[in-house]
Design a protein around this ligand. Structure first.
Ligand code: ADP
Length: 165
């Protein structure tokens, strides 16, 4: 039977428990899950560079012990990356209505670029549905406790960043 390869792209700056939730769900239903991290994202205020983001995400994925999940990075069009790795599914996390319009636009655009690639939106556990990397950074750098929202590994790297500031 044909193996289904899915990509779950994003910035992951840093990876949160919401991302982890989606990774676990997606790794359960697809044969392989590749997490390609966007190398540069001009529209976002990035804290961790691409090497750091890949390292943190890999450590978190290793700890999860999911043998069908790998972490990579990419530049350019996601559809081109999907072709390169043989993926036929794009996984996206859907939190609240606020995500919906952007996600719908992306999904339609990607379908336009390649109708054979399906976008699958997955909802996280409700307690993570208000969580984003941006809000984690905001709380953390204002002295708040984010240990409930990010994996231990990500917290370790956040603390290192703060020390260097
Ligand atoms: P970007 O928005 O640049 O693609 P992110 O790292 O912010 O990168 O998000 C990557 C993917 O993970 C997106 O599909 C996003 O909707 C999803 N996501 C982010 N946070 C959560 C969360 N708390 N629960 C579920 N999905 C999430």
């Amino acid at each position: 039977m044909k193996k289904i390869i899915a990509v779950y792209p994003g910035t992951f700056d840093p990876i949160t428990k919401g991302h982890v939730d989606i990774i676990k769900r997606a790794s359960n239903i697809f044969d392989r899950l590749i997490i390609p991290l966007v190398t540069v994202n001009v529209s976002k205020n990035i804290l961790f560079n691409i090497k750091e983001r890949v390292k943190v995400t890999r450590e978190v994925v290793d700890e999860l012990g999911l043998s069908n999940v790998t972490v990579d990075n990419f530049n350019g069009l996601l559809i081109d990356y999907a072709h390169k790795v043989g993926a036929t599914v794009i996984v996206r996390g859907l939190r609240a209505v606020s995500d919906f319009e952007y996600e719908l636009q992306m999904a339609f655009m990607n379908r336009n670029l390649d109708p054979n690639i399906e976008t699958v939106s997955m909802m996280p556990y409700i307690k993570y549905s208000f969580l984003s990397s941006s809000i984690v950074k905001e709380i953390f750098f204002n002295g708040g406790d984010v240990s409930k929202f990010v994996p231990k590994v990500a917290l370790k790297y956040l603390l290192q960043k703060r020390e260097k500031r």
